[in-house]
Ligand binder design. Structure first.
Ligand code: NAD
Length: 295
């Protein structure tokens, strides 16, 4: 039988733990604060930011939302980020990507104080991650590590194939999984759009992480009955005249065939959101020096 790895349930537990941590901060007179900064107001970005603000509200984190006019000069964004960097009530800052074309994305990420960079995309923090000493783990890879640990999937000595080499999922996950750490010590292969024979790699993996943004890329041909599949993909497709959400794995084909799989929705997605809240209380703990237990 295939184990369905329930990200919704684990994310719920983490949110409860974060809410307890927030209560402990409150009793010391501190409210952890997360600022979201939105410049390019496309509908998907607005939805993401709204979800993050709702998540904050649910656990008692002070959500501060800042909008910068999409036509404003780059400096206007950097000024707002600087103000948040200097604000003691703001412990975490997230600049929603994408930014408008006239803004240098890397410079926007670099403008965030590394100590408040709960997304983990400031180049200094990327460097620390690559060196095996992450300050903040990017939320999606972090969520995947927690999911695997909770599901009892051992990474030490395992062959993990990560499909996708993006800076937000594939690359940081590969770095985290190869660390000398209890939730690392894996042998990792990164596959991408130019990989010659994807199935040859994924079929010999203990764990396949599908993060390509290609609907149902991973089917029975790409796995074995021993494989654990972590499906990061979120793809909207038309099915029977209706718009529906599918992952990068063919869930119907793999359920009942592979050893374990994360569903879409209800797998990696809720974990990404929960780990942002976790990183915010982690940031607050470091900045205040308060020894609050984290989930
Ligand atoms: P991206 O487009 O930045 O990167 C996709 C990667 O997949 C690229 O490195 C590319 O080389 C590789 N790729 C594309 N086609 C491939 C193929 N046929 N075979 C092998 N590799 C291929 O995407 P991203 O931002 O990393 O996101 C990937 C997917 O994960 C998307 O569906 C995105 O919506 C989803 N996502 C989900 C979460 C979550 O929390 N669940 C978070 C981030 C991204």
């Amino acid at each position: 039988m295939t184990q369905i790895i329930d990200g919704e349930a684990l994310a719920g537990e983490i949110r409860e733990g974060v809410a307890d941590a927030v209560a402990a901060f409150e009793s010391e007179g501190v409210t952890p604060g997360l600022a979201t900064v939105l410049m390019e107001a496309d509908p998907a970005s607005e939805t993401y930011v709204n979800m993050k603000q709702r998540d904050c509200e649910e656990v008692g984190i002070d959500g501060i939302h800042v909008e910068v006019d999409a036509d404003a000069p780059e400096a206007a964004l950097f000024d707002r980020i600087d103000e948040l960097n200097d604000d003691d009530g703001v412990h975490g800052i997230l600049v929603q990507m994408p930014v408008p074309d006239h803004v240098d994305e890397r410079a926007a990420q670099a403008a965030v104080d590394p100590a408040k960079d709960v997304d983990g995309f400031n180049p200094e923090n990327v460097g620390r991650l690559v060196a095996g000493e992450p300050r903040f783990r990017p939320c999606t890879p972090f969520g995947i590590q927690r999911l695997l640990a909770d599901a009892g999937v051992e990474t030490a000595g395992a062959d993990v194939v990560v499909v996708g080499r993006s800076n937000i999922v594939g690359r940081p996950l590969a770095n985290l999984l190869t660390r000398r750490a209890d939730d690392g010590n894996a042998t990792v292969t990164i596959c991408h759009s130019k990989t010659a024979d994807l199935a040859a790699h994924t079929r010999r993996a203990d764990v396949v992480v599908a993060a390509a943004g290609v609907p149902e890329l991973i089917g029975r041909e790409e796995v074995t009955p021993e494989t654990t599949v972590v499906d990061v993909g979120i793809n909207r497709v038309e099915r029977d005249g209706e718009s529906t959400l599918v992952g990068d794995a063919d869930f119907e084909a793999l359920d009942g065939y592979v050893d374990a799989i994360t569903p879409v929705p209800g797998g990696v997605g809720p974990m990404t959101r929960a780990m942002l809240l976790y990183n915010t209380v982690l940031a607050a703990r470091r900045q205040t020096g308060l020894d609050v237990p984290l989930p």
